[in-house]
Design a protein around this ligand. Structure first.
Ligand code: FES
Length: 161
């Protein structure tokens, strides 16, 4: 029988069990909530140097395509993106690496040796070998990747969001 001001054995045990249950809920629940919420608020950008091969394998003066894929985990989804770049090696091994993504609406351009231009099939744009717009609607030249040459191995800097 409970008396005012005193705690019964049953009341004490109930309180202890409720307290222990709350602690266990927090210990188990917080990591789960963190796991579920963190990808949604993450939004990190990645900055990577991607090797694109030996520089001396690229012909001098001819834009040469190099393709690669990148896998990315975005939240709970894993995506794989394909990239292609054009490597233009100069006579003194200076390098220009251009994106093949048209700066108008993102179609893929392709290089033609015959015309020495990049052509975009979507709206008939043309870029010269350095990526400068010759005709069509693109608002700016082809994007250029930062590159570096480490002992003959060429790498490009890829930023992904
Ligand atoms: S997307 Fe290339 S010209 Fe429109």
């Amino acid at each position: 029988m409970a008396r005012s001001g005193n705690v019964t054995r049953r009341g004490f045990i109930t309180s202890v069990m409720a307290f222990a249950g709350s602690i266990m809920g927090i210990v188990v629940g917080l990591p789960i909530i963190g796991y579920l919420v963190s990808p949604a608020i993450g939004g990190r950008k990645t900055d990577s140097w991607i090797p694109v091969g030996k520089l001396d394998t690229y012909p001098v003066g001819v834009p040469t395509v190099f393709s690669f894929t990148r896998s990315k985990i975005n939240g709970w989804e894993k995506t794989t993106n394909s990239y292609s770049v054009y490597v233009l090696r100069g006579a003194n091994d200076e390098v220009k690496v251009l994106s093949n993504v048209c700066t108008h609406l993102g179609c893929r351009v392709s290089y033609s040796k015959d015309t020495d231009t990049y052509a975009c099939p979507c709206h008939d744009a043309r870029f010269d070998r350095n990526g400068v717009v010759l005709s069509g609607p693109p608002p700016r030249p082809l994007d250029q990747y930062e590159s570096k040459n480490d002992n003959g191995t060429l790498s490009i800097r890829v930023l992904e969001s």
